[in-house]
Every structure is written in structure tokens, then in C-alpha cells.
Design a protein around this ligand. Sequence first.
Ligand SMILES: Nc1ncnc2c1ncn2[C@@H]1O[C@H](COP(=O)(O)OP(=O)(O)OP(=O)(O)O)[C@@H](O)[C@H]1O
Ligand SMILES: [Mg+2]
Length: 182
Amino acid sequence: MRELSLHVMDIVQNSLSAGASLTEISVTEQGKQMAIAIIDNGRGMSQEQVKSVIDPFFTTRTTRKVGLGVPLFKMAAEQTGGSFSISSELGAGTRLTAVFQTTSVDMIPLGDINSTISLLIRCNPDRDFLFRRAKDGKEFTLDTRELRRVLGEGVALDAPEVMEWIDAYLAEQTETIFGGTI
Ligand SMILES: Nc1ncnc2c1ncn2[C@@H]1O[C@H](COP(=O)(O)OP(=O)(O)OP(=O)(O)O)[C@@H](O)[C@H]1O
Ligand SMILES: [Mg+2]
């Protein structure tokens, strides 16, 4: 994949398939490092599953044998000289962290992470997402649980005016806190 945001989309699909009601996505840049963490409260995995999930020949899919989402994300991080870790507990959830060395020639650009977050919310209005973006001490968050509280019962997150607000908020926060860098 050419953009890390596409990996994020893929990894979050696993969380949603695992029944997560809340998925936290954080992108933290500090100096020459970028860490991407995806934490969910889905059904989790056994320790044996966790070990084999980074092996491309492990998958619970029945349609095809090879699951590549996690191994490809791991490879994207490790090829920059970074690191990857996954931990999970059955019935509790899963946490994946990938650290990238941004100065590496093998670093893939983050891409349009705001569109990824927006699309995730639009396509899964019944799930909650906590998005956090930080760079050298500055940060912003978007928490759909907070939005729900403000909007009240009658308004769905995927209502056009809500999605418009979300897109504007993400763009504006990115612009003011990161000087427009995406
Ligand atoms: N967040 C998660 N919670 C629970 N199980 C997970 C999670 N992420 C991955 N898994 C398990 O690990 C397996 C491998 O995941 P991976 O994304 O690598 O492949 P896949 O989803 O099976 O296929 P692909 O992503 O290539 O379409 C999944 O089938 C699932 O059983
Ligand atoms: Mg997958």
C-alpha cells in the first residue's frame, strides 16, 4: 500500500469485524518518529492467535486462506527501521502499535488520514471512534462519544450536516495545529 492511512483503514476493519464498539486511532509524531496505535474493545484473541496473526498464513477467514492486513502493516513499519507490537486479550480487546522512522527512504507517506477517519465514521455510524493526532507536543482529538452527547438522541453521526462538521473540524484542527501538513 502506498499510504499508511490505507493500512489504518485495513487494520480498523479487523477491529470492526471483531465487534469493537470503540476503536481508538492515534497518530503521534515526535522528532523523526511516527507511532500509529489502534486500540479496540473487540472480542480479542488468544495468545496463540496473537502469535500467529503476524504469520500471513493465519486467518479466521473462510473465503481465502491468507490474511495479509496485519503482516503488511508490520512490514511497512519494520522496513523503515521501526518496530511493531500487538497485544490482545480474549473478551477485552486488541492493541496494535507500529513505529516508523520517518526519515527512512522506505517510509510510506501517512496520506489522507482525515478522510480515512471521516469514512470510518460515515460507514459505521453505530460504532464509536476516538481519533488523536499529535505532533511534537501539540494535539487534537475527535471523540464520537462526545459528539453523540452534544447532538443528543435524535441526530445520527452520519447525518450530512454532522459529517460536514466532522470534515471541517478535522481540516481546521490539522491546519492550525500542524500548519496544514497532512
Ligand atoms: N483487532 C482484532 N481483534 C480480533 N481479531 C483480530 C484483530 N485483528 C486481527 N485479528 C485476527 O487476525 C486475523 C488476521 O488478520 P489480518 O488483517 O492479517 O487478515 P484478515 O483480516 O484475515 O484478512 P485481510 O485483512 O487480508 O483481508 C483475522 O482473521 C482475525 O482472526
Ligand atoms: Mg484484516
